[in-house]
Ligand binder design. Structure first.
Ligand code: PEP
Length: 251
C-alpha cells in the first residue's frame, strides 16, 4: 500500500486561491515521480468543483472532503451529503477531526455514523483520533484511542478494508501548535492503534494505513514518515503552500 500524504486546508482560501495552490502543487509533483506516495487534498466545499479537475491531471492525486452529514439527502440546512461530494469528484472524506470533536462538539457516536454512512456511500474514510494534553497527562492515551477506534468503527467492521479505511492519529496538543509528538510517542501510539485494528479487523488490520498528523513540516516529515506503522501524514498548516506541502509529499 502506498503512503498517503493528505492535506487538510480547513477553512482557508477562496476558490481562486485554492485553484492557484493546487495548480502550483501539481506542477511541483508532476516534475517528480510520486513513486510510493499518494496525495489527497481536502479543501473547503466551495472549491471542490474547481480543484478536483486540477488534481485529476496527476495520477495518484485524490480529492477529499473535510466533513459531511450522514444522510442521503433531506432537510438538513447547511449540510452536505456524500453523494453531492462524489458528484464533485471526491473519493475520500475525513471524520472525527479534533476540531470537529472539540470545537463543533461531535461525539464518538456521531463520528461512527459518519464512518458507516461514508463507507456505505462509496467514500474512502479517514477516521481521525487523538488525545488531548489533559488525557495524555492523566495517562489515558490508550484508553482514549481504544474508545475512539471502537466507537468510530462500531458498525463499520463489515465494510472497512485496507483500501476504504485509514486512521489518522492526531494528538490534539500537536495540531496547529508547532509541537510535534516525538518519534517514541508516535511509534507507541501507532503500535497501539495497529494492535487495536488487528483485533477489530483481523483480515485487514495489518494493512490499514495509519497516518500521523500534528505540526508535520518539511523539516520533520522525512523522520516521521519512516517510523514503524506510519503509513502517511495528515497535514494542516504546512499544506497551505504548494512548496512546503510538495516537500512533505516527496520527503
Ligand atoms: C490537521 O489539521 O489535521 C493538522 C494536523 O494540522 P497541523 O498540521 O497544522 O498541525
Amino acid at each position: 500500500m502506498k503512503k498517503l500524504m493528505a492535506a487538510n486546508w480547513k477553512m482557508y482560501k477562496t476558490v481562486e486561491e485554492g485553484v492557484q495552490t493546487a495548480t502550483e502543487l501539481m506542477q511541483l509533483l508532476t516534475s517528480n515521480s510520486l513513486q510510493d506516495r499518494e496525495v489527497l487534498l481536502c479543501p473547503s466545499f466551495t472549491m471542490l468543483g474547481a480543484v478536483g479537475p486540477i488534481l485529476s491531471k496527476v495520477p495518484g492525486c485524490f480529492l477529499g472532503a473535510q466533513n459531511f452529514y450522514p444522510a442521503g439527502q433531506g432537510a438538513f440546512t447547511g449540510e452536505i451529503a456524500p453523494e453531492q461530494l462524489k458528484a464533485l469528484g471526491c473519493t475520500y472524506a475525513l471524520a472525527g477531526h479534533s476540531e470537529r470533536r472539540h470545537v463543533l462538539g461531535e461525539p464518538d457516536e456521531f463520528i461512527g455514523q459518519k464512518i458507516v454512512f461514508g463507507l456505505h456511500s462509496g467514500l474512502n474514510m479517514i477516521l481521525c483520533i487523538g488525545e488531548t494534553i489533559a488525557e495524555r497527562q492523566a495517562g489515558k492515551v490508550e484508553e482514549v484511542l481504544a474508545r475512539q477506534l471502537a466507537m468510530g468503527l462500531a458498525n463499520a467492521l463489515s465494510m472497512a478494508t485496507a483500501k476504504t479505511l485509514a486512521v489518522a492519529y492526531e494528538p490534539v496538543w500537536a495540531i496547529g501548535t508547532g509541537e510535534v509528538a516525538g518519534p517514541a510517542e508516535i511509534m507507541a501510539a501507532h503500535a497501539f492503534v495497529r494492535a487495536q485494528l488487528v483485533s477489530l479487523l483481523p483480515e485487514y488490520g495489518q494493512k490499514i494505513r495509519i497516518l500521523y498528523g500534528g505540526s508535520v513540516k518539511p523539516d520533520n516529515a522525512r523522520t516521521i514518515i519512516h517510523l514503524d506503522n506510519v503509513d502517511g501524514v495528515l497535514v494542516g498548516g504546512a499544506s497551505l503552500q504548494a512548496k512546503s506541502f510538495s516537500q512533505i509529499v516527496l520527503a
